[in-house]
Design a binder for this molecule. Structure first.
Ligand SMILES: [Mn+2]
Length: 257
């Protein structure tokens, strides 16, 4: 549609009760002019599991904003990351979201677009890959339902500490693992590939199999407050919104995850 206005954000890593950042992100989303489509590209939450009958506590502010957006008619796409799992039919119904556990293909204008969180790009992230697989098994879902939101949240914090810092020499969005992973999609026929996960915004040309494509990384909503927009008149734009340079805000983590 001619008036479509897309927004792609990722890697806010919101924690329970973090009212300041939840509020900032909620205001940014709700005040975004002309927004018709929001695509969350993973790790909106530092840890989130989609329980079938309960909600994880402490995320009311951001969840209310998502609900408000869908009430306004904004289409919500949620590409799961390696910190948000099994959002499933309940989340989809409650927030009107289209849930994509492994990524999604879009057509914007005349371009074929692939959106994926990007954690599978780095072959060294063994533990993350294990938990990505494990959390999506039926056995893990049943176990999580029994364990319950509060205890699972504590486990999530432990898991985050266990996996952070192991492979984080890869902070460069243009690292060969991300470029190579994007190149595979471009070789397969996509024109634009969008990842997050690296926590560094990026926008570059990637050539693969005689094709020329564009690889965008939405960066994060921690240090950079970066995001991607698309509208028909301008195409894709990367906005390195908040803070100059690559420095984290005081007290904020900057490691990818
Ligand atoms: Mn991630």
């Amino acid at each position: 549609m001619a008036d479509d206005r897309w927004l792609f954000v990722s890697d806010a890593h919101l924690t329970p009760g973090d009212e300041v950042r939840q509020g900032e992100l909620a205001r940014f989303l709700l005040d975004f002019p002309g927004l018709t489509h929001l695509c969350i590209n993973g790790d909106l939450f530092d840890f989130f599991f989609g329980f079938q009958s309960r909600e994880m506590a402490g995320f009311d502010t951001i969840l209310a904003a998502l609900g408000e957006l869908t009430t306004r008619g904004v289409t919500l796409h949620y590409v799961e990351g390696n910190h948000d799992f099994c959002l499933g039919p309940r989340f989809a119904a409650r927030y009107g979201a289209r849930i994509h556990p492994n990524g999604t293909a879009l057509t914007l204008g005349d371009q074929r677009v692939w959106v994926e969180h990007g954690d599978l790009a780095n072959p060294e992230e063994h533990l993350e890959h294990l938990f990505r697989w494990l959390f999506r098994t039926r056995a893990a879902r049943l176990l999580a339902e029994g364990v319950g939101p509060a205890r699972l949240q504590r486990f999530g914090r432990w898991l985050d500490r266990a996996t952070t810092g192991a492979h984080y020499t890869i902070r460069d969005t243009a690292h060969p693992c991300f470029r190579g992973y994007a190149a595979r999609r471009i070789a397969a026929g996509y024109d634009v590939v969008i990842f997050g996960h690296a926590h560094v915004p990026g926008d570059e040309v990637v050539e693969a199999a005689g094709r020329r494509g564009r690889y965008l990384n939405s960066g994060d909503w921690l240090a950079h407050r970066s995001y991607i927009t698309w509208e028909a008149a301008t195409g894709f734009r990367l906005h390195n919104g908040g803070r100059p340079g690559n420095g984290p805000a005081p007290g904020e983590p900057r490691e990818p995850g």
